[in-house]
Write a protein of this length. Sequence first.
Length: 304
Amino acid sequence: MSAGAAAYVNGLGTELGAIRRKVAELPEYADGPPDAGTGFAEYREAEGGILGLLGPAMRGALDASGTDPATVDTVLLATESLPADGPDRTALTGLLSDLGLRRAYPLMLGLADCSTAITAFDIAASLVRSGASGTVLVVSGDLVRTVLPGGRVVLGGTAVAGDGAAAAVVSGRRYGWELLGGARRIAHEAATPGHRMGAQLAMYQGMFADLWAATGLTSRDLGTGAVLPSNLARDALRTFLGEAGIADAQVYLDNVPRIAHCLGSDPLINLADRTAGGGAPSPVVLLGTSAVHAAAVLLRPVEE
């Protein structure tokens, strides 16, 4: 592949848990609703297993991008809901076959919590640019009952978790969004009492500085609602992103009340909904974060 090769996100698909629940009805809020500043109102719960979310998301991405499943040679799975001793791990092979992904080599990524899926895009782009893969399917999805057995309210109410999945096709075909580059940071000091907030703010600032350096763009190149983050509490997001130079109007927060925090899938779900809602043409940032991890990729719409 030539030195000037590029990678593109050609299309995406999403799938939410079918059951809509009220956040205020969770046991943790028996004494009162969540603080208004968090913005949480509803979350989604899946009726079945994780493959019931991943399968429709993958099919949606393949259909939306017009991709022949037989051309996909790599599947990057960002999920913690496929334990090695569980039946879904074995059933995944059958799902890939049913989708026509018989040539695709599956790899599971983890350890970076809700930022893993976004890091997977950077990996997918590198595989495509180098010629190691022709077409990569990036897949994110989790069931809260599998990965967060302690309950749906985490980080002191900074996040309320829901079930969902998302997938996207990354290839060298010039269509959709060009993947300009990515960045990631870890806030090691966030685990030290008294240092959490400072370490997290520094993580966001450093990651965006790296992203601008990698892509040649800055926050001034972004339009309204062009930063598509993990769905944490609205007040927390505004604080973290404001310290990194992102204006309130540039942050897409529409889905915080509607779906809460679908773990690693939030940024892609937000991109799908922003696009469907007629969001202003602009480069966009997919931003996945946890308490100690942050990863971002910058996409630019392809000009026809």
